[in-house]
Design a protein around this ligand. Structure first.
Ligand code: NI
Length: 188
């Protein structure tokens, strides 16, 4: 029987979870169509930049178990839109998530099925809570890697398809050198 990870080493400087049971890499080609400017996306695809990596612990996907992980988002933009994670709802709407920002400058974008969205600023040490029922996406609005640690119920499940279909109601773009939150339906 496989048992949960009881300890792991998290590098607080880089955000890397060194003892992750699984690690994943997302390049721009892994998230085609997520950014609002298709022409900027097409231009960048020639280089296919690394957008983010994450690593997570193992625990059985049953009630009461928790998983934890860390995510490192590279700095950069697709057009005026900052590099970000794909974002997801939890398949179980009663499952929340806690974040601890470690390095860099980021934002956590939350969304609800009724279209009510909000964006929270994350600096090193910020603890942010994603309440049950909210989609969540992290965005790197700084000029260095942005990393955070997170914990969620192991049986939360991940619904990426809703985001792929509907997107978030808010996007984070650069305006006059500053991160700015705009409604997703704004023209590019
Ligand atoms: Ni989650």
């Amino acid at each position: 029987m496989t048992v949960p990870s009881l300890t792991a080493l998290l590098d607080l400087l880089s955000g890397e979870l060194r003892d992750a049971a699984a690690t994943y890499t997302r390049r721009l080609s892994d998230m085609r169509g997520y950014y609002r400017d298709p022409e900027a996306e097409a231009r960048l695809l020639a280089d296919d930049p690394l957008i983010y990596t994450y690593g997570e612990s193992f625990a059985p996907e049953v009630e009461g178990q928790l998983r934890f992980g860390s995510t490192i988002i590279q700095p950069g933009r697709v057009g005026d839109e900052y590099f970000m994670t794909r974002g997801h709802y939890h398949a179980r709407p009663e499952a929340g998530e806690v974040y601890l920002a470690l390095r860099g400058h980021g934002m956590l974008v939350l969304d609800r099925r009724d279209g009510r969205g909000e964006a929270l600023e994350l600096r090193p040490g910020t603890v942010a809570y994603t309440p049950p029922g909210c989609a969540h996406r992290a965005v790197n609005v700084g000029d260095e890697p942005f990393s955070f640690f997170s914990v969620w119920p192991a049986n939360a499940g991940h619904d990426y398809a809703s985001i792929q279909r509907d997107g978030f109601s808010l996007r984070v773009v650069e305006r006059n050198g500053r991160p700015t939150v705009i409604p997703a339906r704004s023209a590019p």
